[in-house]
Write a protein that binds this ligand. Sequence first.
Ligand code: SF4
Length: 377
Amino acid sequence: MSLSGGSPARGGGLYVHVPFCRTRCNYCGFFSQTDLRPADALMVHLQTEVRLRGSPGEPFDSLYIGGGTPTVLPGGMLEEMICRLLATVPLAAAAEITVEANPDDVTSGLLRGLRRAGVNRLSIGVQSFHDDELRFLGRRHTAHQARAAIGMARAAGFANLGIDLMFGFRGQRRDRWLRSLDEMWAWRPEHVSCYQLSIEADTPLGRRVACGSLARVPESKEHSFFLATSQLLRARGYQHYEVSNFALPGFRSRHNLRYWRRAPYLGLGPSAHSFDGTMRWWNVRSVTEYAAALGRGLLPVAESERLTDEQVYLEQLMLGFRTDAGVEIPLLSGHPLGAETLERLEAQGLLVRRDGRAVPTLCGLALGDRLPLEFVS
Ligand code: SF4
């Protein structure tokens, strides 16, 4: 492990990872710990990390507080943390400031505090409007708490609201999934993320699959849920702009678009990833090691990498083909396999040409990472 390396991203997006959750969900592979005692020190550590990183040169145009669960921070700590960050790092005047919230943490007081701190976008991890599905996923909240949280967010004045939902798990019925989408629609959120459950190895669901007590969902079922979701949400005015993400016009997540466009971002906090346009680096996945490195005056970087030209090419395809922006055709046709693969995928109805770009169709989007691999295998 190297605790040096990594230069500041120039402007771009700023991500802050809050590495705490009250309990761990059955599917989650993100880094967090359930011992909340070190939470009090997080704010000081983040400020030390900011100081060690140096000036970003240009103001950030988005701030995204994720995790983990930012809303588990006690009292007014989250509000204070955001205020202190905003006093320390330059942020553009019209920056998008997002906080991820868990429904069971949401109170009117918390939301008022976030609004006071300048948060203009709230992303609520609803996942399902059915209690049995929430229990299967290991979520702490109930459907009732999810409804209450959304109502409080609207009452607090959040006019850019995101709702996260999950589909594609064992036993989930299509009619109940569509009911969750209907219920979501009743709130008219500006942004909707519909994530297909992916089974990660080192999680309770992953262990159940490994020992045979839980079967994987057939790909045909995942595919049919994906298509039905897109059709329904597009019929309601949402733009399906990334595999899992839908937005009403004007409400795409500016911060997350940076990731898919390979634009620079700086990540603060344990396990946070950064990219400066050339180099990537990521912080240690340990609250203790993170604090210890900063205490010694070192950046808490675990590793860094510079991609080869071939890796950059594959990454441009992987990210571009996740979105409705697709990939520039000259980038494809300049590669040995590019032109003929593009023609073949076009003939198969997986890509279309639009404004000089190769853009995935809905069936192309459904293929996920297999589409870009066609260009390099
Ligand atoms: S899904 Fe969210 S709340 Fe659940 S363990 Fe992961 S980070 Fe925590």
